[in-house]
Write a new protein. Sequence first.
Length: 364
Amino acid sequence: QNFRCEWTSIGSGALPRWLKGSYLRNGPGRYATPGDGTLRHLFDGYGFLSCWDLDGDSNRARCRGRFVDSRASRAARLGIDGRPPQIEFAEFGTPPGRDCLFAPAQAWSGLVRSLASGLTDNANVNVVRVPRSHGSMRPGEDLWLAVSEPSSAQFLIDPTSLCTLRHVGRASFPPPLVGPLLQTAHPQWSSKLDGLVNISTQLLPVPSYVITLTRASGASMETTTLMTLPTSNLVPSWIHSFALADEDLLVLVESPCRYNFPSIMGFGGLLVPEASHVCMEWQGKDATRIHVVPLMRPQEATVHELPALFAMHMAQAVVRPSTLGFSASVDLDLCAYTNLDVLKALSLQKILTGKGPIGHSKLL
């Protein structure tokens, strides 16, 4: 539930006197569904904002939390459009009708709801800060967004009250099949470009990765396209994050982890086989492609190939200047898996029963 609490003194020990500020986060906050059901995957929970205000001088801490007011969350908690509470939108690992034991009638009914609802707007991954005026990062002049990967999952929020102010993503229905369908939930600020850099994935008119720049002016945002990269396959790979070196050199890791769109929509197990890994397919015989894109000189973009690997987050990317006869290079640090089994291990059932060891990644 939404909450607010305060501790006028810390029970044990003390906060450092220099510690003063707020820590704002977003993440999955509710997995229970109507009828004693539960969402199936760690990435499915409905978005919940939490903020800690810490004051070392007075040794006080305040904490507050509030659900992101998305239609997906409202449908499951309260019901929408006069219907009782139920899952209306397909989440990462839970299509409607699959939150309980599998029953064909419920699965087919859920598929109809999924098709009628469109793309989920469950913003449950990140909070993004966008400067309101160019070049300014002063508090009070910024826009704050709760976001997830579907292009419909973007909400303007108040960082103080945590209230959801308005929806600023694309429409859920009809699904935005033309143009950006998905995006990373981990955009990065570039002072050189004076904007927020991100990568969107589109299916039509041509499958591609679209590098975008978003700026805020007043209470609105404007997004422009910097460059479009072709996908290596007709079905795009899952791009969860990317690296940005020196604020203008983008590194995109395109692994052979590809979307299974029929499974995402709820067709898996009904009209087509289930996806091999939740809602993704692992095609381990294909190479991993590393795109290195100078955003100010996109014509100099290069592509490098590695054996198949999967990585969700890039630790860092650093430009090494030319020295002693060696040309400049880019060092990319990431934790890589040899396959996609980590997605299966993050199912809620395996986590709660301890039957899903996540496995080890390797620092590359």
